[in-house]
Design a protein. Sequence first.
Length: 163
Amino acid sequence: MTPEQSFAQAIATARQPIDAFAALDRLTQELLGAKLFTVTTVEENGALARRSYSNMPAAYPTSGTKRVDPSRWNNIVLERHESFVANTLADIATVFPDHELIGSLGLGSCINMPILVGGEVIATLNLLDAPGYFTPERVALIAERLTLPALAAQLAYDRLSAR
């Protein structure tokens, strides 16, 4: 079975909302790996955000909603619907106030990919790893192989949460 087939099977048999993102996490690890994997749900046209899933819950727990302040990151991800990529801790520090925690975990690069429905960002897939990890080739792989699975996982999460 291919990684994508395993993912599809996991989504089809998911019972709890968290199962959808766990399946996406497994697919991501199989395709390229990522030390930190989170999904953030975006609400009220990008005004509120909530971490829905984390593979490092001690450092990055799922949480209640928080207000999203205007920033360069918002412009790139929420308005232009493009992935934000940073390959150094210094670049991460320009948009994320928790850059010290990120660095303390041995992380120094990230990609935040918007998950879109109807022209609106409903969530972001957030992957972090060592400095320089998100090369142009990996960024292309993420766009090509994780865009549709990320959307499927978010929709499955929403559907299972509504039960």
